[in-house]
Design a protein around this ligand. Structure first.
Ligand code: AMP
Ligand code: GLY
Length: 428
């Protein structure tokens, strides 16, 4: 089978690694891929948002299945375009992708289908004074979100009125989030622990991946700026079987049923960002693809042939069961100095050990230059460990990270700490 994987991060590398292990022989293409993906296939110099060029490539090469990694092409409607041209594709259509493309759309959808989430109010740029008056009578912390796609950076959680007024300026006066911030959603602050559930679905039938926990802040102890994610582990012990049952009944089923009832059955991977509150699990956000780096740990745990699962989903006939290794996987992200602000690129990366089934290095922001692998993004590598226990998986990831280096490499030292605390709580 000829497969095209769209994207260039650790997520796409991990998907490629897993597809290359399929019992179905494959020829993989990555558009545009990274410095590690040529190990599994061919990099094609087309960007993830160049939908027409991607469709042309898929037609010319007679690609049997296209897999979309990142959100941007999905929100732009790549799935609708490919389907119109009778090209098989794995991912949700544009309507479903709006769950990630517009926070307002996602909130109204959850209201329509009575899916538990934080209460919310919407303000447009022309309603700045109204928003300021609203904030003056609010309790803090409160949550402000740019409506549109903002690479995970459009959320501000002011602790007091002064911070809230500064945030209003960022959205409406300084336009820090461009058009994405022309409308702002104000949300109630939910207290609790976060976790992410990935659902593989053809719109009706679905399979759930082990819950994962991301680490969004740059610094240890969840301090500093928000990033795309500095580490993850799965299964996340905070999502006990009892909680997963509630998530299934009150969130996953109503979400998939709701989309079907709106004539847009969801196909692909649905990312459900959860807050486990004292009132039960609530939705923080939907994304319409795998999270990165969470995808890396999910791929490390997955035992079922990924290609078979994705093909069934693209055909609208998911029937295979899904199986995972017994144990835990953890990923520590090695990032470039300066990230998530301006960072250095082009640093040579040295690798001094080989991967094995319990320790792997996933390329993310890398590229090949003159036969060498150099850094080319903020999040450069994902170092993944597997173990029977969460501690063991973390120990392996942290051992393995010692075998790679590049100038200015930074990483968090406390990945998985919350998971170990949750395990201790659960065992009491
Ligand atoms: P989002 O892009 O919607 O996932 O928001 C980014 C981050 O902001 C989330 O991962 C949470 O840590 C935090 N967040 C978003 N919404 C809320 C909320 N209503 N209450 C508390 N924290 C939130
Ligand atoms: N790691 C979070 C995301 O992919 O959005």
């Amino acid at each position: 089978m000829k497969i095209l994987i769209i994207g260039s991060g650790g997520r796409e590398y991990a998907i490629g690694w897993k597809l290359a292990l399929s019992e179905i022989p494959t020829k993989l293409y990555f558009a545009p891929g990274n410095g590690g993906t040529p190990y599994y296939g061919e990099n094609v110099p087309i960007k993830a948002n160049e939908i027409k060029a991607l469709a042309r490539f898929a037609e010319e090469k007679k690609i049997d299945l296209t897999i979309v990694g990142p959100e941007e092409p999905l929100v732009l409607g790549i799935v609708d375009t490919f389907r119109k041209r009778k090209l098989a594709i794995f991912g949700p259509d544009r309507y479903c992708a709006t769950l990630e493309g517009s926070k307002i759309f996602a909130k109204s959808f959850m209201d329509r289908h009575k899916i538990p989430t934080a209460g919310h109010w919407v303000f447009e740029a022309s309603e700045k004074e109204k928003l300021i008056s609203f904030l003056k009578t609010s309790t803090f912390p409160i949550v402000l979100k740019a409506d549109g796609l903002a690479a995970g950076k459009g959320v501000i959680i002011p602790q007091n009125l002064e911070e809230a007024l500064n945030a209003v300026q960022l959205y409406f006066d300084q336009k820090s989030f461009g058009n994405a911030g022309d409308k702002v959603v104000v949300e109630e602050f939910m207290d609790g622990e976060e976790a992410t559930v990935f659902v593989l679905t053809d719109g009706t039938t679905y399979r759930v991946f082990p819950a994962a926990q991301d680490h969004k802040r740059i610094g240890d102890g969840d301090t500093g700026k928000n990033t795309g994610g500095m580490g993850a582990y799965a299964p996340a012990p905070v999502c006990t079987p009892e909680i997963m049952k509630i998530v299934d009944d009150t969130i996953i089923k109503p979400t998939l049923d709701g989309l079907r009832s709106e004539n847009h059955p969801y196909t692909g991977i649905l990312y459900v960002g959860l807050m486990i509150t004292d009132d039960g699990p609530k939705v923080v956000e939907y994304n319409v693809r795998f999270g990165d780096p969470e995808c890396q740990v999910e791929m490390m745990l997955l035992e079922t042939d990924l290609l078979k699962l994705m093909e069934e989903v693209a055909d609208g006939k998911l029937k295979s069961e899904i199986q995972f290794r017994n144990g835990f996987a953890s990923v520590v992200v090695a990032a470039a100095k300066g990230y998530p602000d301006a960072y250095e690129k082009g640093k040579e990366i040295t690798f001094t050990s080989k991967d094995n089934p319990d320790k792997r290095i996933f390329h993310a922001g890398t590229k090949l230059a003159g036969g060498k692998v150099v850094s080319d993004g903020g999040r450069v590598l994902g170092i993944v460990g597997f173990g029977d226990t969460l501690e063991k998986s973390l120990e392996r990831a942290y051992q393995h990270i010692k075998t790679v280096s590049f100038d200015g490499m930074i990483y968090r030292k406390d990945i998985g700490k919350k998971g170990i605390e949750a395990l201790e709580r659960n065992s009491k």
